[in-house]
Structures are given as C-alpha cells and as structure tokens.
Write a protein that binds this ligand. Structure first.
Ligand code: SF4
Length: 444
C-alpha cells in the first residue's frame, strides 16, 4: 500500500497550563525522526489542541504513545482511527507492560523501546504484512541513537508551545524499587549517550532550559564519574539558563561533580527520597534509608555546592498509617527543599507491588485514568481507603498552600547570586505550582 503519511499522537494528559503544554512529546519526536524523509510525518499533541480525525484515511499509519494513565483515552483514539479506515500502532509504557490488553483495541502493538521495530512496522504497513505485536526485545546502545532531524525540530515549536523541553542523556537504572515501571520499560542496565551527541542536540535545538528525562541520572555520579565530568565540562561553555535531572541521595557524596554541575548551570536535582518511614525501606530498592535526618543532611550538602533539591515522596506504602502523613508534615513544614512532589503509591502493571495487591485482592476496580499517582487505586494495608484519602488531601493542602510555595520559592531564590536571581525567579516557584495543579486541584 502507498503510505500517504504517518501521524504520531500524544493523547491528552492535562492540556495547557497558562497557554502552554507541560512537556514536549520527546519520544514521538525521536520516532518521527526515524521516519524516512520521503514519507510525510506529523505530530499531533492533544494537550495543545483537540484531534481532528476527519482527515485520516486508509493510507495513513497512526502511532499513539500511551502511559497507563492515558490508556483509556488511547483506546478511544484507536476506535476513532479505525472508523476512518486508518491503521493504529500503539507503543509506549503501557503497551510494553500490557501488550495483550492493548492489542484488544490497537491494530498493531509496539512493545519495548521501538528503535528497532518502528522501521519494520512502517515497511510492513507499506507491504500489507503487518503483524499484531512487534516486540523490541533488546536494550540497544544509545551510541548514535537516531538524532532529532531538522524536519522534526521545526515541526514542534518547543519554545512557544511548551513549558519544558526534554533531553535524554542516559537511560535505565540498576535499582529495583518494587513500585517502579521505568526499569520494566527502560531496563536495569545504565546506558549513556556519547557526550558529543548530547551537546550537538542541545545546540541544534537551541534549548537553554530543559528537563533531563533520565530515570536515575544521579546514580552516574557513583557509577560513571568520568562520563559525568566530561559531560559537565562540555556543557559549561554552552551558557545554559538552567536544567534539571532526577537522581538519588548518593549525589551528595560527590561535591566536586556537583560543583562542576553547577558551573554547567545544573539547577535542581529531583531526588527520590520516597518516604521518611524507615519501615518502608524494603520497598525502595536500596537507594534511600527513608531516614529524615539523612535527608536533611543530603539537602544541606547539595545546597552547599549551589545546586537545588526537589524532594520526591511517595505515600501509601504498606507500613504507612495516617500518623505517617502527620510525621511527613512535621518534617516538611520547615524543610530546606526547593520543591516537593508528594505522590500516591500506584500498583502499575508488571510491578512486584501490583502482584502483591493482586494476590491479596487489594486492587480497586477503577479506570486506568486513576493511575496518575494522584488517586488511590488499591486498598492500603494499615488504613482504609477513606482514611488514606483524607490524610493525603490534608497533607497536600498543607504542602502546596500559597505560603509554603512562597516559603520554598524565596528560599531557593536566596541561594542564587543577585546577578542571576531574576532569571531564576520563575523556576523557583513553577515546580511547586505545577505540583499543586496536579495533586491539589487535579486533572479531573
Ligand atoms: S531508583 Fe528510580 S528509576 Fe531506579 S528502580 Fe527506583 S524508582 Fe525506578
């Protein structure tokens, strides 16, 4: 069959916030870059505008990326694609974790990373030989990972339409937290993009402020210090405005690398502290001891090198009770953290935590859209659902009160030299504001 065009769809998540969507459709941009030049390709982001299905037809191949949270919307999108006679291909986290279930509504499922199978799918569509499921079984090296093409960079106006451009530097994480889907999708071997390829992408996209998508960038401080040093030293001359990464507490043990990071304008590290209840440490993959004093010390050490810290916490572990939420507040109300993410533990497919909930009959019968880490989707062990909901709602209202957001924001701003403070003003408040929109006001 002749291919008229390829369309790649980002399903609705939370729309626009003050005129812009939150983050660019980075995975789709990479997949669009793999499409051969002679085939027209388009990216439709439902967070920017509603999808107009009416123009789709039998010669269109339509890829949809899905997370568990957007699986219900993806099903609706696939039904509309089928009505138009076009062919749907669903990939992404949820397709990788539950390919058989996604195959119930997608014409084709692309499980795994898709770097190897995406071209096969395009080829098989052209030859009318599509299979129902393609599985990318290997974790391919990120060396020479297909660069974003200029056609795609020009197609997505990341400066005008999005708050956060994304960038990938490493992928994978050797830890094994029992609630984590990232390692089930990206693997447990840490892979690195060559530094020069990262620098080239930053320069060609013209981005000066971005979020790094890596699952556990910070672990590389211990496992790949030479790579980190080279990266920071080559990023320094780019004179970036600011960039953020995810990591873990061990980064505080590497002051020299933190200093180099700050010189490269690394602004904040989002650290998965997860819990302050030490009884939960068995669920945390060995990356944190869930110890309040150690968290304080970690934050002090990172701040001492001029880098900010956003604390990522999860509530609802099997040892948590309503008293845990009160203890969280006592810990966080005067914390030096620059921002806080307070999510609800979620039994994502293929995780040990989901398996436990299934064995114990604790999964709640709720739609996938509740798997957004802001809703309760299982029966907690030591609380009722109502007790946990009340405790969580109470805690996030406290944490994201205007006063607390202002306290943390001005605390952040004070750490910057006066001459750059004006450039940091927005970022000092926006992270917490975004979390408030998600966890207090909600998507729906
Ligand atoms: S450290 Fe982070 S990325 Fe690694 S397994 Fe734990 S939650 Fe997942």
């Amino acid at each position: 069959m002749d291919i008229r065009r390829i369309v790649l769809i980002q399903p609705y998540r939370d729309g626009r916030l003050m005129g812009k969507a939150r983050g660019i459709p980075y995975t789709l941009m990479r997949l669009a870059s793999i499409v051969p030049e002679e085939i027209p390709v388009e990216i439709w982001d439902e967070n920017l505008e509603p999808i107009d299905f009416s123009g789709l037809g039998p010669h269109d191949l339509v890829g949809v990326t899905t997370m568990t949270f957007t699986a219900d919307r993806t099903r609706e999108i696939c039904e509309r694609i089928r009505l138009q006679g076009a062919t749907s291909v669903v990939g992404g986290t949820h397709a990788t974790l539950m390919p058989e279930q996604v195959a119930e509504y997608a014409d084709v499922v692309a499980a795994g990373e898709g770097f190897r199978t995406w071209l096969d799918i395009i080829h098989d569509f052209a030859n009318d030989t599509l299979k129902p499921i393609y599985t990318d079984v290997e974790w391919r090296t990120l060396q020479g990972v297909e660069p974003l093409t200029d056609r795609v960079i020009n197609m997505v106006n990341e400066h005008r339409d999005y708050w956060t451009p994304y960038l990938e530097i490493t992928r994978g994480c050797p830890r094994n937290c029992d609630f984590c889907t990232a390692i089930r999708v990206s693997g447990r071997v840490m892979r690195h993009r060559p530094v020069d390829e990262v620098i080239e992408e930053i320069q060609r996209r013209g981005i000066r402020r971005f979020g790094v998508t890596d699952d556990n960038f910070g672990l590389n401080f211990r496992t790949a210090p030479d790579y980190m040093e080279e990266l920071f030293k080559k990023m320094k001359p780019l004179k970036l405005d600011s960039w953020t990464v995810q990591g873990e507490q061990i980064v505080s043990e590497y002051p020299e690398l933190l200093r180099l990071g700050r010189e490269a304008n690394l602004d904040k590290i989002f650290i998965g502290f997860e819990s302050i209840n030490p009884d939960n440490k068995g669920s945390l993959g060995g990356k944190t001891k869930a110890h309040a004093e150690k968290i304080r010390e970690c934050v002090r050490k990172i701040h001492a090198q001029g880098v900010g810290v956003v604390g990522l916490f999860v509530t609802g572990f099997d040892h948590d009770t309503p008293a845990t939420y009160e203890a969280m507040w006592q810990f966080l109300k005067d914390t030096e953290l620059d921002g806080i993410s307070m999510t609800i533990l979620t039994p994502f497919p293929q995780t040990p935590f989901r398996q436990l909930c299934e064995e114990e009959g604790r999964l709640l019968d709720v739609p996938w859209k509740y798997y957004d880490t802001a809703h309760i989707t299982y029966r907690p062990k030591l609380m009722t659902v109502d007790e946990m909901q009340n405790a969580y709602d109470w805690l996030v209202r406290k944490i994201y009160s205007p006063w607390q957001i202002a306290r943390r924001g001005f605390g952040s701003l004070r750490r910057y030299p006066i001459k750059v403070a004006h450039r940091k003003a927005f970022g000092s408040f926006s992270t917490d504001y975004g979390f408030r929109k998600t966890y207090v006001e909600g998507y729906f």
